[in-house]
Design a binder for this molecule. Sequence first.
Ligand SMILES: [Zn+2]
Length: 597
Amino acid sequence: MTRRFLFALAIVCVFVSGGRAQALDPIRYTLRFPAPHTHYVEVEAAIPTAGRAEVEVYMATWTPGSYLIREYERQVEAVTAAAGTRALNVAKSTKNRWKITTGGAANVTLRYKVYSREMTVRNNWVEAAFAMLNGAPTFITLVERAARPHEVRVELPAAWKRVETALEPVAGAANTFRAPDFDTIIDSPMIIGNPVTREFTVDGKKHTVVFEGDPAMIDADRVAADVQKIVNEGKAVMGSLPYPHYHFMTMVTEAGGALEHKNSYLGMTNRFATRTRGAYLSFIGTLAHEYFHNWNVKRLRPVELGPFDYENENYVKTLWVAEGFTDYYADILNKRAGIETRDEYLNALSNQIEQVQTVPGRLVTPVNMASFDTWIKQYRPDENTANMSINYYPKGAVIAFLLDAKIRKATSGARSLDTGMQWAMQRYSGDKGYTPQQFYAVMSEAAGTDLNGWFATTAESTEELDYTEALDYYGLRFRPVDARNAAPYIGGGTRNDAGRLIITSVRRGTPGIEAGLNVDDEILAIDEVRVRADGLAARLAQYKPGDKIAVLVARRDRLMTLDVTLGADPGRAWRLEPAPNATAEQTAHLNALVEGK
Ligand SMILES: [Zn+2]
């Protein structure tokens, strides 16, 4: 209903402007931080009314790339409207909309405050030292479909030096930026304060690496040098850099997460991100993932992801392409850039395959429907999610791996998934977007063979993935681990709840569910010996798969003993590795993949 209403409004706008596309007057925002230590940003919006007696404004309820209705407007307070010095009536019309009675004024000023203390990539944070602002929870805009410019001017507290954002600066106006439309301002987070920055240029385009929060222990020079290599490898895969400039923005705040935007990304990490190999690969892997999104999803996108309806769920069946293929390329870029070793690359791929093959929900939900239902499942996980659904990140990445091998094999190495992604980008980026069928068609064309049936099986059914062709093409194998050496396994998760060992999930088809273990059971003892909250793994290591153990649990405070026959941890039963008898030809195929040549 909202979509239809907005569409009708858009038609009215075009009609009154005489059928020609006319530049609309911008909404001009001013952001102030009079007391940043209280975590508020004060917003003033100068809104043109086009002479209407009443205008309706709204705040987005979700952020593209993060598929959950977030209800940002719950942090908004003190909403007032005025025309010059004359107060106007402003009334809430829905949870996230307001109607302003204009009294015929050509411009109205809307003022409000936003409480900003959620350190996530979708939300806002304001404190004495800095501010991190996202578009969706900050900017209230007109209810309309037309592309209206949005301008924002930031008034800096005395101790803050500058604003870092991918928004275009307005020449001659300090700390003022202009977005051609609401989508762009929603898609351009801002870091305001005294960030640490590094810059480099590729193809004449400025790349800015930004750290704010507590970056003292971050090796910014090393990150910038590696990021430049990633940019070069990304360009080699996709053919060109499609953005005018790009901001890599990281909040060093002991929080986590990262979110892609068209000309930037905003991520979060901890102060030790560049101190150990494992932490660094994880950090730089996330960075490469979000960066690759500048092509895959921000430009080459599923048809459903635009124009966005910012007040309702936008359903899309190809997030396994948008996220999974991006995950696949994140590791490819890091490997080709020389940041990951070949072993680390194969280990990462191995982990992704494990994440697919050990999740019972892969046999319940096709990955395209996991994408469709992300609003109610992947973004709202609970203890049974792994039993009923599949994560489209690793499954999409594994599909990309299989597809890449398929295209290379079918074309004798003349083309690859890179070719398919470039062609898809040329045909469907920007306003177009692709349907699943169009995506299948362009990949079929790259392979020179009809892949519709293969996509129907891999992406639209719950059939097990077939690894044979890809492993054979690259000369890889799953090295089985001797079952007697595999880790003993109950099947599920636990947490240390203030010293109590609580079961958080029980997986289908595991010894735990067969024995009747329940979520929220407290494990007290195994074979009549107490198990401390942090001691389960060490205790299980005393046994072997096939051993029978008696598990004493408390369920709603009643004690009971359950007999469990231990299994072997399926995730530790094999690893991906080059086959010892791989031919020179197979090894050359693997080299072509990991070296990008
Ligand atoms: Zn992503």
